[in-house]
Write a protein that binds this ligand. Sequence first.
Ligand SMILES: NC(=O)c1ccc[n+]([C@@H]2O[C@H](COP(=O)([O-])OP(=O)(O)OC[C@H]3O[C@@H](n4cnc5c(N)ncnc54)[C@H](OP(=O)(O)O)[C@@H]3O)[C@@H](O)[C@H]2O)c1
Length: 300
Amino acid sequence: MVVKPRGDWRAGKLRCFGFTVHIREAAPRQDQDTKMKAIVFLGGGRITSALAAGLRLAKYRRRIVVYDRHPEKLRALRRESRIEIARDLSSAVGQAEMLIVAVRPGSVKEMIHEVARCGASPPKLCVSLAAGIPFRNLRTWLPAAVHWVRAMPSPVCRIDRGLTPVTFERTVTVSERAQVRQLFEQVGLVLEIPERQMDTITATHSPSHGYHALATLARAAESAGLDKRTALIAAAHALADGITYWRDSELDLDHLLHEAATPGGIAAATMAAMDEGGYARAVTRGLKAGIARAQRNAKL
Ligand SMILES: NC(=O)c1ccc[n+]([C@@H]2O[C@H](COP(=O)([O-])OP(=O)(O)OC[C@H]3O[C@@H](n4cnc5c(N)ncnc54)[C@H](OP(=O)(O)O)[C@@H]3O)[C@@H](O)[C@H]2O)c1
């Protein structure tokens, strides 16, 4: 079941290590751009499913058309999020105001070549969700005069709590930028960053970090004597509620670390042992591996 979070947490500011990130008020929930024919997704997999569900939850009423080579996935998406199924690639491309490439990185080149050959002209505005594939590859693979955007939505957009880093080619116009921002703002925060930061943020903002930390902490607590359910509840509180408190209170992270850990106490001893055990080193290594994986996609 999809649950809509309480309140509108999206406008305001986030503070972290002395930096303040100002978050603009999200666009009105109804898309303001009346010119948009349809948002067309090429690829009806995991991220398309999460985005379509999040858009419907946000009462997005514009047409969402999806093309995929698996009819059963399309039918499931139609049941789940009332998407329209594209008859074929040419019809999908032909009705797109904004074309969103949502196939796995290894399939992007083939998909784009199919678009170039399908007989319909692609729209000016194309968005690639593919991790690690740079603008220079996208431009080479689709020589049409397309304005490319790269976006990396988090699948938590399914419940309206997404975070979508976006980066624009220089040719993308002001109104096209607004159109893209408005779309992703329906399902959470949008952060505009330079293309050179995309691989790093991709490795950083994945909710898999939260799930991984939750699973690891809960498993350790279970080994130390808690039953499975209690271990999960305790670990989820430690991670999710602690971070929500940081975000809502706008307190400095150092202050909260100090507040939660009495000097010489249990939390302090636990954190010190984790640090000595290489916690920071393990996280740094993990990020480097993720970034390197994204960089290899540029060579596909
Ligand atoms: N999953 C995430 O959380 C997430 C978040 C942000 C960005 N992304 C990016 O989004 C992209 C899609 O990821 P995903 O996890 O949604 O992948 P996915 O679940 O594998 O979905 C991709 C779908 O596109 C289909 N497809 C591929 N090539 C096609 C073609 N030429 N014609 C028709 N259909 C085709 C695939 O079919 P086959 O299985 O037969 O290939 C599959 O059904 C990736 O590039 C990823 O980097 C993913």
